[in-house]
Design a protein around this ligand. Sequence first.
Ligand code: HH2
Length: 356
Amino acid sequence: MSGKIYLRPVGVIWGDVAAAAIAEGAALPLAGGPAAFLGAQLIEGVPGRTARRQLSARDIAASAEPQIRATLDRLTAPRPPIAGLALNRPLLMGIVNVTPDSFSDGGDFAEAGSAEAQARRLAAEGADIIDIGGESTRPGAAPVDAAEELARILPVLAGLRGLPTPISIDTRKAALMTAAVAGGAAIINDVSALTYDPGALAAAARSGVPIVLMHALGDPRTMQDQPAYADVLLEVYDYLAARIEACEAAGIPRRLLIADPGIGFGKTLEHNLALMAGIALFHGLGVPVLLGASRKRFIGAISGVTDPKRRSHGSVAAALAAAAEAVQVLRVHDVAATREALDVWRASVQGRWQPR
Ligand code: HH2
């Protein structure tokens, strides 16, 4: 079978055993560590027509095949800090939707004052980043015009000036990116991976800040109308790899990019679970990975909890599953609960605890 190759790391381990296995050559550092992986599934072919076999860390390290070597370099390389934040423990991005209609917290923080208070609360609870959005992108949502989105966001950014926690701006619009970065935002988060607004790539490049590139199939209005993939994991990976290339071609260095498979954006329950289970594949993109599973529909489908605001237990479980696969940034609503769970998880798998 010829075609592309993909390496999906398996057997992610932590703590002293990870360091010892790396030293012996029995495991490889994942994204620079502290996690290590014991091997990988080698996937060869094209989405929908692939052959798969298991390789050990030693097989991979000994391979002379150029695609394997290049993917291995990207899988193992340390990730530079983003917005001054080191990536040696999972970071929490706390969500503040300054919108009347978000699926998850619809209207709770639509006023600048309540949005600002929520941002400060999430920072105090342990958020490393605060993600502020002025347009809902839930399934079926209608677009908001730039003037309205600016009017929602700018007062909140002004109120948060001086907050030491970096702020990311969740927008698809070039004008918003430029104004928000001028207003103090330190990260751009675009659910369209800089494809919605023809000016977004240039605006993001000019901003000089880190950028989250998320995969979505189609527009929020139509994305849940029977989304279909031959192989969701590989297609989302290929899309993100192409967007990283487009960013590099536009002058944005790879060290400023973060990749996100876009849970719930043009995906069925089965697609979301394939992405959750295969999330470690995305380390092969050579950039930090971000996951936004919090309160989403797939969690409701599994747990039977219909009210998104009551999905915190399932959301915490999804965050822990991703952290175990060395996902670097977790976008969540319930910061306090996720922080507590992550700290206990991390101390348990590492066999030691160093308070931050
Ligand atoms: N999900 C939502 C919005 N922005 N950004 C990234 N990078 N990843 C995500 O998964 C993601 C995102 C949707 O969730 P939410 O903000 O809670 O709702 P809404 O779009 O209705 O405001």
